[in-house]
Design a protein around this ligand. Structure first.
Ligand code: NAD
Ligand code: UDP
Length: 338
């Protein structure tokens, strides 16, 4: 299949491009590089030994999209492009709704004009909201969202659902990711956040490599086994495989919702101690107050993806942490050093 990957120079996108190429798909990446790296795609080319089509540009640029669809026989789109920092979204709601909602809208308009009706969308477990019981299941309704980032994901899910209801030519996979971590086992590509990492995994990795003095654990008084928050971390390579598998669901019209997680909860403290064991590095930490908006514990029921797509997360926590460390140790400053 010939696939347009928006945001393909970013963390999850670059790993997905590798797995798409491995499966024999043709790939064109569109990315404005606001949080992605051209170097990531050069390294994908090294891993795979083949050039990746790349267009630098914005998903909100309708004229560019029209030219792109006219010039390539695209059959499906995997749409990663967007902004993802929860805290920043509270401070800059317009930028987030513009990139995430307006961006998706313009993309769908351009797709319809070009006669392309197959779309995979990067959604998030955050759309279940704070009151959903665990494990989260796709049959549960979307809950309330507490920040513009989460609201933008819920809005795009609704937009795409309405679109499929109105026009049976559309088929859309809404993939609700849990917490992707890890890196390609080659150590060539991985997560490279700009500035101070918001997420736990890159923060731990940067402490281990000496870029930051210590980790702040946000709260140890949650109603969990060791008092720290519990999340469902999954290997980014498994998540990439989930995107490849989800393409099969697009054969049938309508909306297809899948949780992509392992179904296992892991606490922050377990992450730290397992990382220390796997890497042989110490990760000094202190306990800070809770971070506003954090939920105590959630994880996926990922059985629908296994039943319908034949996908399940295969790589365990140790592999996630080993591959993270391999990437971080080889690239202490991320992509910048090369
Ligand atoms: P990322 O920032 O590494 O990748 C996003 C890519 O999109 C970047 O390369 C960026 O340059 C590009 N981009 C942003 N706005 C664009 C625009 N307007 N036009 C063109 N390109 C644009 O993020 P990621 O972690 O790889 O996440 C990919 C997607 O998955 C995002 O939509 C994110 O919201 C979603 N998601 C991520 C997580 C996570 O924990 N990483 C969890 C759930 C959902
Ligand atoms: N966390 C932490 N210190 C950090 C970053 C995150 O203790 O520097 C905790 C956070 O409170 C949450 C878990 O790690 O309980 C996962 O956070 P992350 O931001 O990676 O994912 P999300 O909040 O989206 O689940």
């Amino acid at each position: 299949m010939s696939i347009l990957v928006t945001g393909g120079a970013g963390y999850i996108g670059s790993h997905t491009v590798v797995q798409l190429l491995e499966e024999g798909h043709e790939v064109v990446v569109l990315d404005n590089l606001c949080n992605g790296s051209r170097e990531a795609l050069h390294r994908v080319e090294t891993i795979f030994g083949k050039a990746v089509g790349f267009i630098e540009g914005d998903v909100r640029d309708r004229a560019l999209l029209d030219r792109l669809f006219a010039g390539h026989a695209i059959e499906a789109v995997i749409h990663f492009a967007g902004l993802k920092a929860v805290g920043e979204s509270v401070e800059q709601p317009l930028a987030y709704y513009d990139a995430n909602v307006h961006g998706s809208l313009v993309l769908c308009q351009a797709m319809a004009a070009a006669g392309v009706y197959k779309l995979v969308f990067s959604s998030s477990a955050t759309v279940y909201g704070p009151d959903a019981p665990v494990p989260y299941m796709e049959t549960m309704p979307r809950g309330s969202t507490s920040n513009p980032y989460g609201s933008s994901k819920a809005m795009v899910e609704q937009l795409l659902t309405d679109l499929c209801r109105a026009d049976a030519r559309w088929s859309v996979a809404l993939l609700r990711y849990f917490n992707p971590i890890g890196a390609h086992p080659s150590g060539q590509i991985g997560e490279d956040p700009q500035g101070i990492p918001n997420n736990l995994m890159p923060f731990i990795a940067q402490v281990a490599v000496g870029r930051r003095p210590e980790l702040a654990i946000f709260g140890d008084d949650y109603p969990t086994e060791d008092g720290t928050c519990v999340r469902d971390y999954l290997h980014v390579m498994d998540l990439a495989d989930g995107h490849v598998a989800s393409l099969a669901s697009l054969e049938e019209s309508g909306v297809h919702i899948y949780n992509l997680g392992t179904g296992q909860g892991v606490s922050v403290l377990e992450m730290v101690t397992t990382f220390e064991r796997v890497s042989g590095q110490r990760v000094p930490y202190r306990i800070d107050p809770r971070r506003e908006g954090d939920l105590a514990a959630f994880w996926a029921d990922a059985s629908k993806a296994e039943r319908e797509l034949g996908w399940r997360a295969e790589r365990g926590l140790e592999a996630m942490l080993r591959d993270t460390w391999h990437w971080q140790r080889n690239n202490p400053a991320g992509y910048q050093q090369s």
